[in-house]
Write a protein that binds this ligand. Structure first.
Ligand code: SAH
Length: 382
């Protein structure tokens, strides 16, 4: 091995950039850099699988470029189509990643922070508080490991959503560098990468000025300031009107669609007035914002339930009548606490009910959720 013994490596295996790798490889022939890079990102290989490298170099790479995530559990649901990974970070925090296999695409939902500082009370991660930002390497490693898992089912990751734990706009440098890695090295289209934010306006403006046209999703949940101040406390600093201006601006520069996330909460934001106000906001954007409706998933620290399926359908139809496109997002992974809003590693989630739109309990008062067996939980780590 001819790596310079003194060269300090500050980043782990998926955090190191090509320049630093070149330096690390010292006086190895120049083509080695390409071989290692292709091994990492095209072949999704571990160093010991990079059989085109001399054995001693493989061993040295494994030692000098350690991985940063320690697998704790891997839980599978939806007949194998949803996989939730729980990782331990250096220093002890925990984060989760979810791989979702659909007929035409494979999506990875990544975390950008351990915990979250935004204080949204209905979200399990918000209830658990903030631990720290993730590094580029930790974000990229989530996707590489999920992509390896997808490959076992002969699938390739096609989409990435920053909808796991954390607020990506609060950690935008690391998030952006990972986006560049997904785009440039894993070969994903920027159009298949979505950054979801609680509505941090400076982040939206910063994203507008970066080159790749990624999708922007804004977790709205309420369409007037009084209600949104309660549900999403950061609204007090970045109120709806200014937020909509930032979205308009993003659209103007990027020419991408903006979507609004709306977790439907029974009796809180699922009434006629909510639909009308929300549609009004969507129509302010050109093209109109698309709405993703997610029936609120149960979390331990928030008493209110998700809207019943019939109400969810009604709300969607109402938005359509008002000229706004809306999609009801399937609750993937509810039985393994991997559904939207439930990612709170290490925190017990008491109730776990699959919400199915096909089975519609009588509205407006469905029977209370019953505990489901812990099927598929805590599968041994791979
Ligand atoms: N901080 C970013 C990224 C997290 S995304 C953001 O807020 O957008 C997680 C998505 O799931 C957001 O749309 C969030 O509002 C939604 N969500 C949170 N808690 C939920 C719950 N209990 N049920 C359904 N969706 C939830």
């Amino acid at each position: 091995m001819s790596a310079r013994p003194g060269a300090a490596v500050e980043a782990g295996r998926y955090g190191i950039d090509r320049e630093a790798l070149t330096e690390l490889l010292g006086d190895e022939p120049a083509y080695r850099v390409d071989q290692v890079w292709q091994g990492l990102y095209e072949r999704l290989a571990e160093p010991d699988e990079m059989t085109n490298l001399p054995k001693s170099l493989r061993a040295e790479l494994a030692r000098r470029l350690p991985t940063e995530l320690t697998p704790l559990t891997e839980a599978v649901s939806d007949a194998g189509d949803t996989v939730k990974f729980l990782w331990e970070l250096d220093g002890g925090g925990r984060v989760e990643t979810v791989l979702m296999l659909y007929p035409g695409r494979a999506t990875v939902c990544v975390s950008s922070q351990a915990g979250c500082a935004m204080g949204c009370g209905f979200w399990a991660t918000g209830q658990a508080g903030f631990t720290r930002h993730l590094t580029v390497g930790e974000i990229v490693e989530q996707v590489v490991r999920a992509a390896r898992r997808a490959r076992e089912s002969n699938r390739r990751v096609s989409n990435i959503v920053f909808m796991g734990m954390g607020e990506p706009m609060a950690n935008l440098d690391a998030v952006w560098r990972s986006v560049e890695r997904f785009h440039g090295d894993l070969g994903l289209s920027a159009r298949h990468i979505t950054i979801s934010t609680v509505g941090l306006i400076p982040g939206i403006r910063a994203l507008r000025d970066r080159p790749l046209p990624v999708n922007l999703a804004v977790s709205l949940h309420a369409a007037n300031d009084a209600r949104r101040d309660e549900l999403v406390p950061i609204n007090r600093r970045y109120p709806i009107d200014a937020l909509l201006d930032a979205c308009t601006d993003y659209l103007r520069v990027k020419n991408r669609r903006v979507s609004f996330e709306w977790a439907l909460i029974d009796g809180v934001n699922d009434a006629e007035r909510d639909a009308v106000e929300l549609a009004g906001l969507c129509r302010r954007l050109r093209p109109h914002a698309h709405v993703n409706l997610i029936p609120l998933n149960p979390t331990p620290g928030y008493a209110t339930r998700g809207s019943p399926p019939a109400r969810v359908r009604w709300f969607r139809d109402r938005l359509e009548e008002l000229g706004v496109n809306a999609t009801v997002r399937r609750n993937r992974g509810t039985d393994i606490d991997a559904a939207c809003g439930q990612l709170a590693a290490g925190q017990p989630v008491a109730v776990s009910v699959p919400v199915s739109l096909e089975v519609s309990p009588p509205s407006p008062s469905p029977s209370p959720p019953s505990p489901s067996p812990p099927a598929g939980r805590s599968a041994p780590s791979r």
